[in-house]
Ligand binder design. Structure first.
Ligand code: NAD
Length: 480
């Protein structure tokens, strides 16, 4: 279904995110017939460039990152015509009047401003957009990550944005929420009778959330060194996944109903004991640089890996551990949420059959999809032996070829901005609550002067991360 016509201004339109994600995502929506022909995409950035220069930039971006859509030459021609470029200085006066002249005064045209620039410019842009009267009460702003560095800075940013825009105009992106599987998680939880009655401390043994990356911090080492895995991944992405897994059913699938429930989860999180947190830093494998080399900081104590155990103190989840881990330069690129159910209370099949438990695995990458591990009889005449087999809900298999090219998170999220749907965006109070939980943990290890444990590049992280879960009689799931 096409969205309303729009004027979308992309501040930072010449940046890496615009090139790799935003422009290819918009083109794919154009090819799918969702973007009306009379929409305008106006890139605004510091570089001197004209419309033709920007169209060439976009053509190259689509050729490189557009996947199958890049072959659609006819559509490409039409799409490029809708692109414009204006040099603008976020901190100065240059360019704003030209930008204004490209925006249409038509109440049927949605106006949105995407802040795809470094976080130090978010507040400047909000102010400039308002003071040059570029926005109306209906306009929207999209704010990239990171949203603050701690509670204080996030609060300050929320306050600055609030001086110029209402909360219902502010779209804080966490692209994990735009992933097809993450939305499917909600469909599975709240669209089936099967899972929700079991979705609690009585039947769930524990939950694991893993986001493993093979890449290091090369290229953005100096930025990352001031952040670390806790700020860069846990405070936002892993926390959002945790919320969707743990929240109570909202009454409706609507922005505030969903976000109210997520906020309650964050507020119910217990503080984490220092001995339930393992931080790590990758070492060189001989070929690739170590974290400290990548970060150009020989004494860095920043973590490129973190594993922790936390609890949600409410009726549903009391005493159910949530194990979270994420890291760079690990053995495989894999993101998974695993809901590990308790063992059956009694085995009627004798000791030979072993004890089995169901695991619902929600894979974000690679191969987005879900698998439910169920126990069945091993085929054959060998007696009543039990085996675990996966019930695989891979999108490609279940839904046919059109599901194969799963919609990229940015496609979904940008279209939601145009539609005015904030369900998959973070509200200001959610972000602040997440920082309020992470800040004391970070302050704790900084105060103690803890050093992260070294781990081999290409491994599954430091040994202590395994001990963290093994001492509870549990194991991490494999990431390969
Ligand atoms: P980038 O450095 O590649 O691009 C920055 C853009 O901002 C450029 O277009 C530049 O011209 C523009 N810019 C800089 N200063 C300006 C000024 N004073 N006035 C106007 N324009 C100015 O950055 P990026 O990687 O594209 O990231 C953009 C934002 O997206 C950041 O907040 C980043 O944290 C976030 N982000 C990026 C990625 C990614 O994969 N690149 C992923 C997630 C989030």
């Amino acid at each position: 279904i096409p969205v309303d016509p729009f004027d979308l201004v992309i501040f930072g339109g010449t940046g890496d995110l615009a090139r790799r994600k935003i422009i290819p995502a918009l083109f794919r929506r154009f090819c799918a017939g969702q973007m009306p022909d009379d929409s305008r995409i106006i890139a605004a950035a510091r570089s001197e460039m004209d419309d033709d220069g920007y169209r060439e930039f976009a053509r190259e971006a689509i050729a490189e990152f557009g996947k199958k859509s890049a072959d659609n030459k006819k559509a490409l021609k039409g799409f490029l015509k809708q692109l414009h470029y204006v040099p603008v200085d976020a901190k100065g006066e240059g360019g704003w009047e030209s930008l204004k002249s490209l925006l249409r005064d038509d109440e049927n045209v949605v106006r949105a401003f995407y802040f795809s620039v470094g976080p130090s410019l978010f507040a400047d842009l909000a102010k400039q957009v308002r003071s040059h009267e570029l926005s109306t009460r209906e306009s929207r702003i999209v704010v990239e990550k990171p949203f603050g560095h701690d509670l204080e800075s996030a609060r300050a940013l929320n306050e600055e944005l609030a001086q110029h825009f209402h909360e219902d105009q502010i779209y804080r992106i966490d692209h994990y929420l735009g992933k097809e599987t993450v939305q499917n998680l909600m469909a599975v939880r709240f669209g089936n009778m099967l899972f929700e009655p079991l979705w609690n401390a009585q039947y769930v043994d524990h939950i694991q959330i893993t986001v493993a990356e093979t890449v290091g911090v090369e290229g953005r080492g100096s930025y990352y060194d001031k952040s670390g895995a806790m700020r860069d991944m846990v405070q936002n992405h892993l926390m959002q996944l945790l919320c969707l897994i743990a929240m109570e059913p909202p009454a409706r699938f609507e922005a505030d109903a969903v976000r109210d429930e997520k906020l309650k989860v964050i507020r119910a999180l217990d503080p984490v004991d220092p001995d339930q947190i393992v931080r790590g830093q990758y070492t060189s494998d001989g070929e690739m640089a170590s974290y400290r080399e990548d970060a150009e900081n020989a004494t860095s104590k920043t973590e490129s890996f973190i594993a922790l155990k936390c609890y949600i103190s409410n009726w549903r989840w009391a005493n159910t551990p949530f194990y979270l881990r994420t890291g760079k330069r690990l053995a495989a690129r894999a993101s998974e949420i695993a809901v590990v159910f308790k063992e059956t209370p009694h085995s009627i099949f004798g000791i030979d059959s072993g004890r089995h438990r169901n695991v619902l695995s929600i894979r974000l990458q690679p191969n987005e999809g879900m698998t439910l591990g169920v126990t069945i009889k091993e085929p054959g005449p060998g007696g009543m032996r039990l085996v675990d087999v996966p019930l695989d809900m891979s999108f490609a298999e279940a839904l046919g070829p059109e599901a194969e090219e799963v919609t990229d998170a940015y496609e979904r999220l940008i279209m939601d901005v145009i539609r005015g749907n904030q369900t998959l965006f973070m509200r200001g109070d959610e972000v602040e609550a997440a920082w309020a939980w992470t800040d004391p943990l970070i302050e704790g290890w900084e105060r103690r002067g803890d050093s992260p444990k070294p781990y081999d590049a290409g491994s599954i992280g430091p040994d202590d991360a395994a001990f963290l879960i093994n001492r509870d009689g549990r194991r991490w799931r494999g990431i390969k």
